[in-house]
Design a protein around this ligand. Sequence first.
Ligand code: NAD
Length: 411
Amino acid sequence: MIDPWQEAQTHLKQVVKTAGLKTGLFNLIGQHDRIITAKLVIKTDDGRLRSFTAYRSQHNNALGPYKGGIRFHPQVTESEVKALSLWMTLKTSLVGIPYGGGKGGVVVDPKQLSTRELERLSREYVRRFFFAIGPDVDIPAPDVNTNAQIMAWMVDEYAKLAGSSRPAAFTGKPVSLGGSLGRQQATGRGGVVILKEMAKAYNLKPKTTALAVQGFGNVGYWFALLASKAGYKVVAVSDSQATLYNSEGLDIEKVKQAKQAKGSVAFGPGQKLPTEAVLTVKADVLVPAALENAINKTNVDSLTARYIIEMANGPITNQAEKILLDKQVVIIPDILANAGGVTVSYFEWVQNRTGYYWEVEEVFAKLDKIMVKAFSQVHNLASSQKLNHRQAAYVVSLNRIARAEQARFYS
Ligand code: NAD
């Protein structure tokens, strides 16, 4: 059983050592500031009481308030939430936005709840964590199995408890409640900007570059759609039930319609394969966009892609990464590849605080600029210092945090 927090810490320690960073930095960043656990109790539709374990991990706030999504999933653990909050700290620092890192989670299978039960659970989360979150303290957002509707319930509950409207307490809200235009597609769009930059750096031509995308939720769908619109051949997509494959490229809109109508990508136009097949079909670029540890020692040897863009958080285990790097596979790390979501969350927060709302073109122009800059910083450092992309991304990020910590603690 892989322990995500152990994995994240081991990785961090290795980078600090390899890159010759001060070990004191590991002691600061290697621990989270605090984790809060709560038991959420709700009444079910048939009048029973049910309880759910919930977490909020606040990892580091040297650069600004804690920031990170809330995940609803039966496999949420304290260790996972802590690891995800560490990656948020690294991610926000890497793209230069004024936040630290946080993450929340509830151990629940939301598919087993009615919409009303889901609403009660979302509101209860806010009641139990109200004392620890807020626009200047810790700002949650959607993550796996949470969405704009859940953020709407949460921000509404927050406003009731605060006694005033506080749209900046949550991001990823519906546009009607102060959400930013472009937030929904932001993570996928940011990832495609990274894909294009990577293609330039490695001389890949869209038409002859085949992509396989694991996961067809918010991130996977938008990535696949925007990549195919940019001329790339998306030959495979998958969800928890199946992989859909077409060597000539899939029609992503049609796959989406099929998933919406029948519940799985399996019903889209293409060849239906087992779920795991997405990792091993012939593709140049593999894009894991589902959950952690998807690429691990059991499947790593069957991968064919020469490039991996990590759109999910932590999709490759340390052990698998070592094997891939030995084979010269280029891995664009999660903290860079999927930073588009938190970047537009930041724009949403800025818009909420100023009360002045931007056109979608402005959102995308600012997003693209940040992603291009972050890629070039990481890629240039990787090339000049002979680091892999994850090490380079960590170094850029850790140096920013170190400067802030130093300014706070040393004269
Ligand atoms: P989501 O709930 O919208 O979608 C998850 C998708 O993964 C679903 O299609 C599900 O069927 C699929 N999936 C689950 N298990 C699978 C498996 N074994 N094989 C194939 N597919 C599987 O979640 P999301 O928001 O798209 O998040 C996906 C990943 O991206 C997570 O790691 C999340 O932390 C990360 N992420 C999300 C955002 C965001 O803005 N939503 C931002 C940054 C990172």
